[in-house]
Design a protein around this ligand. Structure first.
Ligand code: UD1
Length: 419
């Protein structure tokens, strides 16, 4: 497990300067780990972040019979010839991404039992599209005692049209379809870079997937897959955290390893605020020349601005010049952290899907609470330019998705202490 932390204390101060390295993508590695359940053998995943959600997914894989261990940022997973296709409640309740083991378990074993997921505290997160898609491939579901039980003697490829380009549903369908008989077409598939990363690993394992990164993905089922090694893509959400941090605190940083093409829309939007952004193969360079201009923005499926970026943008707008309107199109209840920003003096009004942010010259440090991973990080970066000390409690949420956020921010001149 990563270090156990419950508080992050940020002392507002001067500008940020230097290079901050970005780790492997949380939202990718958790699915790559699930994909290992598809075939026996030894897998090596490189560039894996040391975060709590990876520890939880490791526990989940262990519960199925796998051996899992870390060596620095390399994760080795030994998958046995026979796995137990059960995702127990004690683990699943702690992180929602665990639902993605359903597809691979079903494909490999013809059955799976997965506890209904828990996870971040931002409104209802249904899994109806996962279920409907798998049903179309021939799976049968029943629920009992808080578990989803699914079975299929045989999965048969077909065309599945998703009502919405759900990331998780696309992933579950991909991992079921790779071993189905015949061809599966996923229409209105999610296009996120993490989907492309998963498809690349599945293809290295022997799958036949075309069209990842586009709205139509075609999967020719194969009889068998094999173990493989893979390097996890950089975490665009972590990178966005640092870009917005420099927007808030001022200064000039390079986010080492970040890939501009994974977050082009956000970079464009930050450019509209007056930030200067450029990129090369080594990362993204960003400079904030002073107080920024307010902009409007809305979260959309990729390549739009990710819903996960939005809390950082709200923190940035809290001290910009003018009024910005931020619209959340994916999840309800994802503005809860705004109450915490208000405690720091931010002038923000919200209804269910909109936040109207009137920039103030400076926030004032205050005790605040992290409701989820990104909200916690958004409060930390808001504290970077606040007057005095911001103490973020329930900060263990942050450790679910960030490896050493404090150390990395301190490396570019911030003053952040975990306790
Ligand atoms: C993933 C990411 C999360 C990100 C989100 C959207 C991981 C671990 N998490 O979550 O950080 O914010 O993508 O980019 O990768 N929906 C349904 N029915 C379903 C499935 C989804 O109604 O069966 C709805 C959700 O409630 C939400 C929207 O579709 O409103 C998007 O959800 P989805 O893309 O599935 O997000 P996740 O995969 O859960």
């Amino acid at each position: 497990m990563g270090p156990s932390i419950s508080r992050i204390t940020v002392t507002g101060g001067g500008p940020l300067n230097g290079i901050v390295p970005v780790g492997g993508a949380k939202n990718s590695v958790l699915k790559l780990m699930a994909a290992t359940l598809l075939a026996e053998g030894t897998y090596h995943l490189d560039n894996v972040p040391r975060i709590t959600d990876v520890d939880l997914m490791s526990d989940l894989l262990r519960a199925t019979g796998c051996q899992v261990w870390f060596d620095e940022h390399r994760l080795t997973i030994d998958v046995p010839a026979v796995i137990e296709p059960i995702a127990p409640y004690e683990i699943v309740e702690q992180f929602r991404a665990s639902i993605v083991v359903m597809g691979p378990m079903l494909a490999r074993c013809g059955e799976a039992q997965v506890a209904m997921p828990g996870g971040d505290d931002f409104g209802p997160r249904p899994i109806d599209m996962h279920v409907r898609g798998l049903q179309e491939l021939g799976a049968e579901f029943e629920t009992s005692h808080g578990y989803l039980k699914v079975r299929a003697d045989r999965l048969v490829g077909t065309t599945v049209v998703l009502e919405f380009p759900s990331v998780g549903a696309t992933e579950n369908l991909l991992m079921a379809a790779v071993l189905a008989s015949g061809t599966t077409i996923i229409e209105n598939a999610a296009r996120e870079p993490e989907i492309v990363d998963l498809c690349e690993m599945l293809n290295t394992m022997g799958a036949k997937i075309r069209g990842s990164g586009s709205p139509t993905i075609a999967i020719d089922g194969v009889a068998e897959l094999h173990a493989a090694d893979h390097r996890v893509i950089p975490d665009r959400i972590e990178a966005a955290t640092y870009l917005c941090a420099v927007g808030i605190a001022g200064g000039e940083i390079t986010v080492g390893g970040a890939r501009h093409e994974h977050m082009a829309m956000l970079c464009q939007k930050l450019g509209e605020t007056g930030m200067r952004i450029s990129h090369d193969p080594n990362g993204i360079w960003a400079m904030a020349p002073g107080r920024l201009r307010a902009v409007d923005c809305q979260s959309l499926p990729y390549p739009g601005i990710a819903t996960d970026f939005k809390p950082f943008v709200v923190s940035l707008l809290a001290t910009s010049i003018g009024v910005g309107i931020v619209t959340e199109n994916l999840f309800s209840g994802r503005f809860r952290y705004v109450d915490e920003l208000r405690r720091m003096g931010a002038d923000i009004s919200t209804d269910s899907h909109h936040a109207v942010i009137r920039g103030v010259p400076q926030l004032s440090g205050a005790p605040v609470r992290a409701h989820d991973i990104r909200a916690g990080a958004a409060l930390v970066i808001a504290g970077l330019a606040a007057d005095g000390e911001t103490v973020v409690s329930d900060a263990e949420h942050v450790a679910r998705g960030y490896e050493d956020l404090a150390g990395k921010l301190n490396g570019i001149g911030a003053s952040v202490v975990v306790s």
